[in-house]
Design a protein around this ligand. Structure first.
Ligand code: HPA
Ligand code: ZN
Length: 335
């Protein structure tokens, strides 16, 4: 039974809605690029990099994530990073993906939109051409920085907005509530961009309310702490505001101590539009399929629940309705 579920989830077309491209930087590419650019990293081998990935909380991960991103310097680095992720999508039947990137991590080092955007887009166009990969970009603001910095970033993106579907909000959650970014999200909305925000990962349900009501988001990234607020749960249910849940991330960053304690099935059974995602696959020990496999392994997941999670990935996506319907029919046909 468990094996049948695993085979099914590997074979079925899947969508991924919460993936940080900088978090897909594998240690091999990190070391190779550090070598190429003469960047000094505090690791002497690939094994040492992997051993460092033992996190206590979100911040201890973010410190290494920003350090790792420091090896990304020229257009080809960003191309290689994106193309490697998209090849992984192909190998695992992830047919559509909405990919976050953190411009401020790069602009702070003097690396501009004219470097990373052409690199990302070259890889995306190649994957579309070569095997029909579907992918969108989400430009995420770093919430530990000021709103002025986010507004400047939105300005810098002005010539690239055609290639960007949405804005997002990530980095250190506690102490940086969504309300801090009210103006920049309003401006993004006026520019026709969709909106998502990390909330309720480490932060309280009040931050999920702020993302929903003040930032007017279409999706909440993580949102697992919503369960602490029954009124919020009713709201998320009524609005079908989706949660992009990342199981391996949550256990790696100790939001839950064990996968057996994860609340994803409770959220799903309450009727919420819950999706499964990898977040930062290189740092958290697995890509999208691995996240599904971990749920099958550790939770009493039934086929109809698994199917619902996969369906939700398409339903909660920013794909046009007719494309969603096409993929949902494919998911339903694979029984
Ligand atoms: N939370 C907040 N910021 C992040 C994350 C995350 O899970 N991954 C990359 N940046
Ligand atoms: Zn994330």
């Amino acid at each position: 039974m468990r094996n049948q579920l695993k085979d099914w989830v590997l074979a079925v077309p899947k969508a991924e809605l919460h993936l940080h491209i900088e978090g897909s930087l594998e240690p091999e590419l990190m070391m190779q690029l550090a070598d190429k650019h003469g960047v000094n990293l505090p690791y002497s081998s690939i094994d040492e990099v992997r051993q460092a990935y033992d996190f206590e909380n979100l911040q201890s991960f973010l410190d290494l994530y920003y350090l790792g991103a420091s090896v990304l310097r020229d257009e080809d680095d960003f191309y290689q990073l994106m193309y490697a992720y998209l090849q992984n999508c192909r190998a695992n039947n992830v047919v559509h993906s909405e990919i976050m990137f953190d411009p401020q991590t790069h602009t702070a080092r003097g690396i501009g939109f004219d470097v990373f955007m052409p690199g990302f887009q070259r890889a995306m166009h190649q994957a579309e051409r070569e095997w029909g990969q579907s992918c969108f970009l989400i430009m995420s603001f770093l919430r530990h920085l000021s709103e002025v910095s986010a507004l400047a970033t939105l300005d810098q993106a002005q010539h690239y907005l055609d290639g960007i579907s949405a804005v997002g909000l990530d980095s250190s959650e506690q102490g940086n509530p969504p309300e801090k970014f009210a103006r920049v999200f309003a401006k993004a909305k006026a520019l026709g961009l969709k909106r998502v925000a990390h909330a309720g990962e480490e932060g309280p349900p009040a931050y999920v309310w702020g993302a929903a009501k003040v930032l007017d988001v279409q999706r909440i990234d993580h949102g697992v702490r919503s369960i602490e607020d029954p009124v919020l749960m009713d709201y998320l249910l009524a609005e079908q505001l989706s949660l992009t849940v990342c199981p391996l991330s949550n256990t790696k960053l100790r939001v839950f101590n064990h996968m057996q304690e994860h609340n994803i099935l409770e959220l799903l059974d309450r009727g919420l539009l819950v999706t499964v995602n990898a977040d930062d696959p290189s740092y958290f020990g697995g890509y999208l399929a691995d996240n599904y496999l971990a749920l099958i392994e550790h939770l009493p997941l039934q086929f109809d629940q698994l199917q619902q999670l996969v369906r939700n990935g398409f339903t909660a996506s920013f794909l046009p309705e007719e494309t969603k319907a096409k993929w949902l029919a494919k998911v339903d046909s694979l029984n």
